[in-house]
Design a binder for this molecule. Structure first.
Ligand code: MD3
Ligand code: FE
Length: 205
């Protein structure tokens, strides 16, 4: 896997638009969905309030990110099946090393499934100790309006459309940037069955 030069979006943020062509997107989606047979999507709930997320999630890798009434954390087992998360598929590991040639293998691939109407509020990813290693995000399916801010909730934000096949890296100053998904553009893709969007985030924990 060879990646061309990335576009700089903000300090620490690099975008490879359409890094995956439609055939590669289909192949990756097939690998992802078949792997979720061993770790079904579940709907997490918010700490304390127990409000359900509008996205469903699963993980691949030695550690998976989970959220429930007890809080946010990484754990080695699927909370419903009790089984270890399936290994990160080699296709995803190849994309990780193509985008981040100096980084060691990721521990976690969080899989977010957005159906029409799903969103993700502005937040920071700070449940990891490996803040020196960037996060890689891969988008499949429907377009999403992504919001990117700074390291304070009050920092100005910019909006970016994420399309199927886009790769994004968040490192350095951007690793602790506030970010979220404002909405999914319904009808923009039929890659994902049902018309939704799948986002993969690969991280060191
Ligand atoms: C910026 N996911 O799972 S991917 C998440 O599209 C998450 O599902 C969104 O935010 C999604 O935590 C956004 C882009 C992204 C991922 C991780 C980041 C941006 C990031 C970590 C640090 C800074
Ligand atoms: Fe995030």
């Amino acid at each position: 896997m060879q990646l061309p030069n990335a576009l700089p979006i903000a300090q620490g943020v690099r975008l490879w638009p359409q890094a995956l062509n439609p055939a590669q997107q289909s192949e990756l989606l097939e690998v992802v969905l078949s792997t979720t047979a061993q770790a079904p999507f579940l709907r997490p709930t918010m700490p304390r309030t127990g409000t359900p997320f509008t996205v469903t999630q699963t993980n691949f890798g030695t550690l998976g990110w989970v959220s429930d009434a007890q809080g946010y954390r990484y754990q080695a087992h699927h909370p419903v099946t009790g089984q270890p998360w399936p290994p990160i598929p080699s296709l995803l590991l190849r994309l990780w090393h193509a985008a981040l040639p100096d980084a060691p293998d990721p521990h976690c691939c969080l899989v977010n499934h957005y159906r029409d109407g799903a969103r993700m509020g502005l937040h920071q990813d700070r449940d990891e100790t490996a803040l020196d290693v960037p996060v890689l995000s891969i988008s499949l399916g429907a377009d999403a309006l992504f919001r990117l801010g700074g390291t304070s909730r009050k920092s100005p934000t910019q909006s970016l459309k994420l399309r199927s096949g886009d790769l994004l890296v968040f490192g350095g100053a951007a690793r602790l940037a506030f970010h979220g998904i404002d909405r999914i553009l319904a009808g923009s893709s039929d890659l994902v069955p049902g018309g939704g969007r799948i986002n993969l985030t690969l991280r060191r924990v």
